[in-house]
Ligand binder design. Sequence first.
Ligand SMILES: *Cc1c(COP(=O)(O)O)cnc(C)c1O
Length: 396
Amino acid sequence: MADVAAFMDHLGQVLQGIEAEGLLKREREIEGPQGTWVEMAGRRMLNLCANNYLGLADDARLSNAAMSAMQSHGYGMASVRFICGTTDLHRALERSLADFLQADDSILFAACFDANGAVFEPLLGAEDAIISDSLNHASIIDGVRLSKAKRYRFANADLADLETQLKAARADGARFIMVATDGVFSMDGYFAPLAEIRALCDQYGALLMVDDCHATGFVGPQGRGTPARAGVKAEILTGTLGKALGGALGGYIAGPQTVIDLLRQRARPYLFSNALPPAVVAAGLAALDIVEAADDLRKQLADNAAYWRQGLEALGFKLLPGEHPIVPVMLGDAVLAQRMAAALAEEGVHVAGFFFPVVPKGQARIRTQMNARLTREDLDFGLKAFEAAGRKVGVL
Ligand SMILES: *Cc1c(COP(=O)(O)O)cnc(C)c1O
């Protein structure tokens, strides 16, 4: 018989270890909608840590689209797609996403975590190779693990190492090679060097897969993402509805028709998991409509990011360089990052400290994120708060 008490004791010790290292994550509750300002513990806080890049998470056009879809199509699908979980809305969103991303077709998942978990296993077998960036999102790492393909890893955005791995995969006799990378590395806000990666893929006859979760909707021409920004194409693109495209949930894979057709037959998170609810799908369609015409929001987002970076640098904070609306404030020590986040909360700013295992040990940070709806007044409020908190914890 299993010793339940010993098992719980063991898990309790693991939790205590996490807490003792200062790595315990505590969730704080928002009372009301996600947005630029949120209500927490009865207090209005400036929110600088949502993936709400275009500020659509509380946009009435999305909630109205969701409400009217609930009236026309009901609440839940109670089915996977291939049994009776596909509505006209699901296909319309897949078509719209494909058009927006300039792909043949796309396929929806419950989340991009599922899309990345789904994409490798049906397409690549034991004769094949996947070469994955070392800083790829956890869901890509898990997806790669689920496939039988031989695994290779290259140092983050390191083209020389990528070429070494491409040569190794070729030397090992790989039938097909797929290079997998995030378009934007979310802890740093760094762009993958896609033009160079594409050139290497072409040189070695490899396919390119890009996860564009932190780019679709606001990076590149018309917000079409990092391949468009770099002027290249990726065979396979994965992404989320959970960030710039409204922030609810849902993921997708976009790519050549044959790929999408095969994934509909074989992708396990598609075959064995429920269809997205109509409300979410309809709001996704509304989000895409807004995003295609949102050059003003994209410009405001870029202006906000530039202003915020400049302001933090002028105060003396150490940032990672870049131009993405992810602006990491580097603090080094996990406990210091937690203290800084707590001091910022006292000043009325909601941010999260990021530390191991989410980032490497010794590289703890506060990851701030801009959105298009932040005003200059909001940003100045944020800068004042960072100045006060920075002095309080002794980093300024
Ligand atoms: C957020 C994120 C995901 C997961 O997306 P969900 O739709 O929330 O599951 C996958 N990959 C990257 C790079 C992400 O940033």
